[in-house]
Design a protein around this ligand. Structure first.
Ligand code: ATP
Length: 198
């Protein structure tokens, strides 16, 4: 269980949220909603250990946010995640997932295939469309063993087929005991999603 206790976040003079407490159980999908600038990205970054909270605590089971046990269970996808255009799709995915080239090549190729990029393995990323670039980043979801997925605007630039692939992947992950927190300004048909409004 992910437990968020009394969290507050301030950016400059702007108090984005305070006394925020909630729990996310294994199997849960939590959609974080709010207007532009309400603090969705800031919250996900705090939960990923990439930003600092003003006050409050975050635990995964009994593991604190900064512990190695917690951090090992995080897969964070930022809405501005980018690729190196001088590398191929395969090389970018390898870098993003920090896998060893020789042993995991098959896994990487499979992930690209799962996200609809079969045949694009050796294509340089400067030759890809915006949606195809986003798919390379999202292919990490087919490799990650992390329990907590923190996905900031995962559907940006995807066509309907791409959205369906990602929604199915999230559903499968959560059915297998994972948990997912995500933001989107688009409609999402993900079943059984709970909502946290900022
Ligand atoms: N490093 C920073 N320094 C100062 N203010 C910041 C910083 N980062 C974010 N902010 C401010 O914090 C507020 C919340 O930003 P955040 O990116 O968390 O919002 P969001 O809910 O994800 O917005 P959107 O829906 O537009 O993606 C914004 O007003 C933003 O300008």
């Amino acid at each position: 269980m992910l437990k968020v206790d009394n969290l507050s976040c301030q950016k400059g003079y702007n108090l984005l949220f305070s006394n925020l407490s909630f729990k996310v159980n294994s199997g849960d999908i939590l959609r974080i909603t709010g207007t532009n600038g309400s603090g969705k990205t800031s919250l996900l970054k705090i939960l990923a250990g990439l930003d600092i909270q003003e006050q409050g605590n975050v635990f995964l089971d009994n593991h604190a946010l900064k512990s190695e046990a917690y951090q090992q269970e995080i897969f964070y996808l930022g809405h501005l995640s980018t690729l190196s255009e001088e590398l191929s799709t395969l090389e970018n995915l390898e870098f993003l997932t920090k896998l060893n080239k020789s042993t995991k090549q098959i896994q990487l190729t499979k992930a690209l295939s799962s996200i609809g990029l079969k045949g694009y393995e050796n294509e340089y990323c400067d030759k890809l469309s915006a949606g195809q670039k986003r798919r390379v980043i999202l292919a990490g979801l087919f490799i990650s063993n992390a329990k907590i997925w923190l996905l900031d605007e995962p559907f940006t630039a995807l066509d309907t087929d791409g959205v369906t692939i990602i929604e199915s992947r999230i559903t499968k992950h959560c059915k297998q005991g994972g948990l997912c927190l995500f933001t989107t300004h688009q409609n999402s048909d993900l079943l059984n999603q709970k909502v946290l409004a900022l």
